[in-house]
Structures are given as structure tokens and as C-alpha cells.
Ligand binder design. Structure first.
Ligand code: GAR
Length: 214
């Protein structure tokens, strides 16, 4: 494989996919090559973003498969023709089967809109409001077979001043659009290593991930 490439899984708007695409406009050091985009939702705006940027993409409809395993098996099959080093879940709203995770062991990262391990799963902004949390943010972690439980790589947080759903979502997105491309480029440049369940970032060990301050 000549250069570092990523595969990106999306389900909706794809603003985070866009932030990965836009690394091309910044510096070579941080620019990311996207080999392929996959979506479980044929109507995802994210696919239009891929198309506009001449990035190969494909979709599969989970309703046409008997089980999660069969669906994921079909994705694995389709992915075989693409070369990539890292698989990025950027707003992919499906749980992956164990088989899929084993296939790409330690090569899948997920972006999650909360400060994990707090608030795995859905509706994180609503939960922040309900519990009047002081901090909110975004986390990028390696994917294991649990729900948002894999090794945390990095997170970024802010102090909540206004318990408004739209504002919280907007603020989290702002952080995500910096955090995800940065972590991908650190992985690309060999700065992030995850060996024998031990995470190293730029030579330093981290147990619960590194805080990134923007
Ligand atoms: C992002 O906020 C991401 O953290 C979240 O979906 C949003 C996608 O936005 N992911 C999850 O909730 C995964 N469980 P986008 O489509 O505009 O990138």
C-alpha cells in the first residue's frame, strides 16, 4: 500500500465527513486520503458530499438482510476492493457485529458526542440537559464489541453555559470537526499507537485518552 487511506462510515448529514475531506485544503501533513465512503442510508447527505468530491461510495440497505451479521458480511465483501488503513465511524448510527470488529481489529475508530465513559448510546445532548451536566464534549475511541466502550484515544470538552439542545449540538460539532481530523492525522503519521491494549500518543502513555484543547 503506497499511502495512508481511510474508509469512512456515515448515516446522515456528514458534516464530520466534510471535515475529513477539508483536510486536503489545509496542510499536507494533516491531509487525509479517503478511499471509500459507506452508508446504511441511501439518502444520507453525506453521500452527496462524497460524490461532489469524487470519492468512491456505496450503500447497502440493512432491511434487505436477515441479520446484522449478514449485513456486515456484505459490507466486508464490498470493502475488499478498497485499500485502507483505518476505518472511521463518523456519525454511523449502527452497531457493528463482532465478526466485523474482528475483521478490522484495532483499525476502527468511532466519534461519539459525549465525554465517554459518560453517556454512551443515543441522545447524549438531551441527557446533558436533563442532568444539568457542567461539561459536555466529544470523544474518539477505538471500537470494541461493547457500546462505545473501546479504548478512548482523545476527547475535547467545553463548559455548558446554556442548556439549549441546538446550541449544544452546534458546540459539539465544532469540537468534533477539529478532533476527528486531528486524531486521524496523528494515526496516519504514526503518532498514535495502540499495542497490547496500551495507548501511546507522541511517545506518552494514556490510560483514559488525551484531552485536546482547541
Ligand atoms: C456526530 O455528532 C457524531 O458524534 C454522532 O453523530 C453525529 C453525526 O453528525 N455520532 C453518534 O451519535 C454515534 N453514536 P454528522 O453526520 O454531521 O457528521
Amino acid at each position: 500500500m503506497s499511502s495512508f487511506k481511510i474508509a469512512v462510515f456515515v448515516s446522515g448529514n456528514g458534516s464530520n465527513l466534510q471535515s475529513l475531506i477539508d483536510t486536503k485544503k489545509i496542510s499536507n501533513e494533516h491531509s487525509l486520503d479517503i478511499a471509500v465512503v459507506f452508508s446504511n442510508n441511501k439518502d444520507a447527505l453525506a453521500l452527496k458530499r462524497a460524490e461532489k468530491n469524487n470519492i468512491p461510495f456505496f450503500t447497502l440497505d440493512p432491511n434487505e438482510f436477515n441479520s446484522r451479521e449478514d449485513f456486515d458480511e456484505a459490507i466486508i465483501d464490498k470493502l475488499k476492493i478498497f485499500d485502507f488503513n483505518l476505518l472511521v465511524l463518523a456519525g454511523y448510527m449502527r452497531i457493528l457485529s463482532e465478526k466485523f470488529i474482528e475483521e478490522y481489529e484495532n483499525k476502527i475508530i468511532n466519534l461519539h458526542p459525549s465525554l465517554l465513559p459518560k453517556y454512551p448510546g443515543l441522545n447524549t445532548h438531551e441527557k446533558i440537559i436533563k442532568n444539568k451536566e457542567i461539561y459536555h464534549g466529544a470523544t474518539v475511541h477505538f471500537v470494541d464489541s461493547g457500546l462505545d466502550t473501546g479504548q478512548i484515544i482523545g476527547f475535547s470538552k467545553f463548559e455548558v453555559k446554556n442548556y439549549d439542545l441546538e446550541l449544544l449540538e452546534q458546540k459539539v460539532h465544532e469540537l468534533e470537526h477539529k478532533l476527528l481530523p486531528l486524531i486521524c492525522s496523528l494515526i496516519k503519521n504514526g503518532e498514535i499507537k495502540f499495542i497490547d491494549r496500551s495507548l501511546t500518543i507522541s511517545g506518552q502513555n494514556y490510560i483514559n485518552g488525551k484531552e485536546f484543547i482547541f
